[in-house]
Design a binder for this molecule. Structure first.
Ligand code: FMN
Length: 466
């Protein structure tokens, strides 16, 4: 079967993509201390560029340099200033050898979903309002059994202390009782701090208006520098309950000033960021934002409101919308669900609200489901998240009729769960994932990049020892 629709080129701003296949932004956990992208990143992304993807978006890279960024969770990347640029420049060069484009996902912070800074544990993370994160483990455990199984292997003892089935069936009264909440806190704090804060947030402090404006400016400066560095596009990280989403959400934003209350006010942070980026980078560069289609939580931002945000974002100057769903508090049911095609339901609303801007959507496994989504005309770019971890060569296999050879993602959530135990990401069905650095033949052989290096190497060989 041919899947021609997946291999049609598409233009976003002044960027032309050779096909409709993108690697979704994913924190693969390979950052070196202080948020530098390690060589693992280069090899990981280069392997996927070699595998035929037309676009790779990095994981969220933090532009917030402050102790209150709340950005210690899950070993994130940073992109706060020039110290990070030469490492990225090397990665971008490698990716461009494969005719693949690279977007950077820029984030102003984790806010209430963040961890305290390791060096300054006394400094709380800053967020729109002092509303702490509290993930309902009943929902998480109900929808993510695979995740728990993996996590239990990594954190021996801790989860056995809980009666998981009993927990899933608890009433609100039992679950939120003081004794049980204390038990949860005690048990979770025995696990590593990453897992603890991921589930149970500290109380954040409220951001001041000068701090908010400073973050808006920093997003614009870093976006401009990203383009100077030859990133092809900038994605604003505004889904999943992170800082920008916290402003958008009536559940998380309780402010009474110009950044809270009405939707227009809650969207102000995002819209100012877009306008400030546009002012700095000009009209043509591809800039888009990622939005949760719906927060999927009581009191959270709804799909209808997110469509209005998408329309405002378009007016402010974005060229596309990347779709996701949920927040940490809707993790089990939303963030990375089993099966495929779940996120496609938000595409038509965003398409309509933005008068036809290109829409990027993740959560695919098979080319048939991806092709169908493209043909239905609300989805323009297919993003593979976990499936691209399982098989970096998915595009070339599909294009050359070797679909049967695709290594299928089994939705076991091992990739995701490794974070909970401070590990590099791993994939249950592909042991090379995360270790591409040790197999350059995988991503160098038979490529322009490899040929160029090989030629140079020849000139350096054969000299006697003197
Ligand atoms: C390990 C892992 C890390 C992720 N990190 C990010 C991230 O940094 N930024 C982001 O916007 N989404 C992130 N996501 C969400 C993915 O982009 C994607 O929306 C999600 O995995 C669902 O798509 P899939 O079914 O194709 O995996 C992450 C997902 C996984 C599994």
């Amino acid at each position: 079967m041919s899947y021609d629709a997946l291999f049609e080129p598409i233009t976003i701003g002044n960027m032309e993509l050779k096909n409709r296949l993108a690697v979704a932004p994913m924190n693969v956990g390979y950052s070196a201390p202080d948020g530098y992208p390690s060589d693992h990143y280069l090899a990981h992304y280069a392997t996927r560029a070699r595998g035929g993807f037309g676009l790779i978006t990095t994981t969220a890279a933090m532009v917030n340099p402050y102790d209150w960024a709340g950005s210690e969770g899950m070993n994130p990347l940073k992109f706060t200033d020039y110290r990070y640029y030469r490492f990225w420049s090397e990665i971008i060069k490698a990716i461009h050898y494969y005719d693949c484009k690279m977007a950077i996902q820029l984030s102003p912070g984790w806010g209430r979903q963040g961890h305290p800074n390791v060096g300054r544990p006394d400094v709380p993370a800053a967020a729109p309002s002092c509303v702490p994160l509290c993930m309902d483990l009943r929902d998480y455990f109900k929808k993510s059994k695979g995740n728990i199984t993996q996590l239990s292997k990594r954190v021996p003892g801790a989860l056995e202390a809980m009666d998981i089935d009993g927990l899933i069936n608890m009433t609100d009264e039992e679950y939120f009782s003081e004794d049980f909440q204390q038990f949860l806190q005690d048990t979770l704090s025995k696990m590593n701090p990453e897992t603890y804060h991921f589930i149970w947030g500290d109380v954040p402090r409220e951001l001041t208006i000068p701090e908010i404006k400073d973050l808006e400016d920093r997003m614009a400066v870093q976006a401009k520098d990203a383009f100077n560095l030859e990133f092809d596009a900038v994605e604003i990280h505004s889904p999943h309950g992170y800082l920008i989403h916290q402003f958008l959400s009536p559940k998380m934003n309780k402010r009474h000033d110009e950044y809270g209350g009405s939707l227009e006010n809650r969207a102000r942070f995002l819209i100012n960021i877009i306008k400030k980026i546009r002012e700095k980078v000009g009209p043509d560069k591809p800039v888009w934002c990622r939005l949760s289609g719906d927060e999927l939580q009581p009191g959270g931002i709804s799909h209808d409101e997110q469509c209005q945000v998408a329309a405002m974002a378009k007016d402010a100057g974005v060229n596309a919308i990347n779709v996701s769903q949920g927040s940490y508090e809707a993790m089990g049911s939303a963030f990375a669900p089993d099966g495929e095609g779940d996120f496609t339901r938000w595409a038509a609303g965003f398409k309509k609200a933005t008068n036809g801007l290109p829409i990027l959507v993740p959560n695919f496994l098979t080319p048939a489901c991806a092709e169908k989504a493209i043909k239905e005309q609300s989805v323009d770019i297919i993003q593979l998240g976990r499936q691209s971890l399982a098989d970096p060569f998915w595009p070339v296999k599909v294009k050359t009729g070797r679909e049967k050879e695709i290594i299928k993602c089994i939705r076991c959530q091992q990739c995701f769960s490794e974070f909970g135990a401070s590990h590099f990401l791993e994939c249950a069905v592909n042991p090379v994932t995360g270790r591409e650095k040790y197999f350059p033949e995988l991503w160098l052989a038979g490529t322009k990049f490899g040929d160029r290096l090989k030629k140079a190497l020849k000139k350096m060989e054969g000299f006697p020892q003197i």
